[in-house]
Design a protein around this ligand. Structure first.
Ligand code: TXA
Ligand code: MG
Length: 320
């Protein structure tokens, strides 16, 4: 790992963005691979660095509600209310795209995903560079998102010019992606760091999820994702598997007697789902570094951040 490309030098990161280079950007969810969203060559560089197919659109990051304006055609009233309530934070809103934003960013779709990240260094980079930043998670395509700065360099090596060190990500899973119609009806296209219950409370109505990987308007929701490079098997409380050795185990609160894994990671001894989310990707990544035949994982409760965590584990289990 080349440590000279990792640090807290904001001026260097700003310069890199303005020169069309790629910067590892800390956010409260996961690290992003950021470039000026209006610099088409830089955006192209993001797709190339990640090995990401061009049909998978990028999220654009804004320092504020007003700051989003160059990227969008207008602010729909219902979406604006949610931004006022939840930004900065782990909520990506799909909004009508400005014709000036390169089509490459949205993979040719008429809507752009926008969010305001709740991390002081991300906000400082957005403000100081004066650029809206397109940033997918800073992992190679199909792999687990980085939640620590060194992991960005491990994933992307020379492809990233500089990584801003903002420490470990507090939320630990990616933002919730929400599509919202002019009449205020909304659907979740990706479960994430903002629980659905919070959205339902704000909107005063049920918010369904539409997580299908086949839906063309959310082409990035590919079913197999978050691969640690080892087969993952998701367990229900009643399962009592024949353990294959050597194996890893991602336990929710405590490793139960039925588990005899070689390496165990406990996500949340006190049961907090926020804590479980913040350590999930690190656990997958660390277990993925051992020569294991399989990684078993507990299924988490079905409320709060539980469904978003289970979604990541299911996609990891579907990957190979
Ligand atoms: O928390 C996050 O959202 C992180 C941090 C860095 O902000 N970013 C992130 O980006 O997870 P990425 O590219 O790994 O995932 C973004 C997903 C896409 O795969 C796609 O499913 C959805 O968001 N998305 C983005 N723009 C969209 C659009 N215009 N229409 C439909 N879905 C979109
Ligand atoms: Mg991603």
């Amino acid at each position: 790992m080349e440590l000279s490309r990792l640090g807290t030098d904001l001026d260097r990161a700003v310069r890199a963005i303005q020169e069309g280079k790629l910067v590892g950007m800390p956010t409260e969810t996961v690290y992003g691979l950021a470039a000026n969203a209006f610099d088409e060559a830089a955006v192209e560089r993001i797709f190339r660095a990640k090995g990401r197919p061009a049909f998978d659109p990028l999220i654009v990051h804004t320092p504020s509600i007003e700051g989003a304006e160059p990227a969008i055609a207008h602010w729909p009233e219902s979406a604006l209310k949610l931004a006022e309530r939840f930004w900065p934070g782990p909520l990506t809103l799909l909004l009508p795209k400005s014709p000036n934003l390169p089509d490459l960013v949205t993979s040719g779709l008429p809507q752009v995903g926008l969010r305001c990240p709740n991390h002081p260094l991300a906000l400082a980079l957005l403000e100081a560079s004066g650029c809206l930043l397109a940033a997918p998670s800073a992992n190679r395509f199909g792999r687990t998102s980085p939640t620590r700065p060194e992991e960005v360099l491990d994933e992307l090596g020379n492809e990233v010019d500089y990584v801003l060190d903002g420490g470990p990500c507090a939320v630990g899973i990616e933002s919730t992606v929400l599509e919202i119609d002019p009449d205020g009806s909304a659907r979740v296209l990706r479960l994430g760091g903002l629980p659905v219950e919070a959205l339902e409370e704000a909107l005063g109505s049920a918010v369904p999820s539409q997580l299908s990987s086949s839906r063309p308007s959310a082409p990035g929701m590919l079913y197999a994702h978050y691969s640690p490079g080892i087969p993952v098997r998701l367990m229900r409380p009643e399962d009592d598997p024949d353990f294959e050795e050597p194996s890893g185990f991602i336990a929710y609160q405590n490793p139960s007697a039925r588990v005899r894994a070689t390496h165990t990671r406990i996500l949340s001894p006190d049961g907090s789902l926020e804590r479980a989310a913040s350590g999930l990707f690190r656990a997958l990544r660390e277990l993925g570094q051992h020569p294991l035949r399989v990684i078993y994982a507990d299924t988490l409760p079905d409320w709060g951040l539980g469904p978003a965590i289970n979604d990541r584990l299911r996609r990891a289990a579907a990957a190979r």
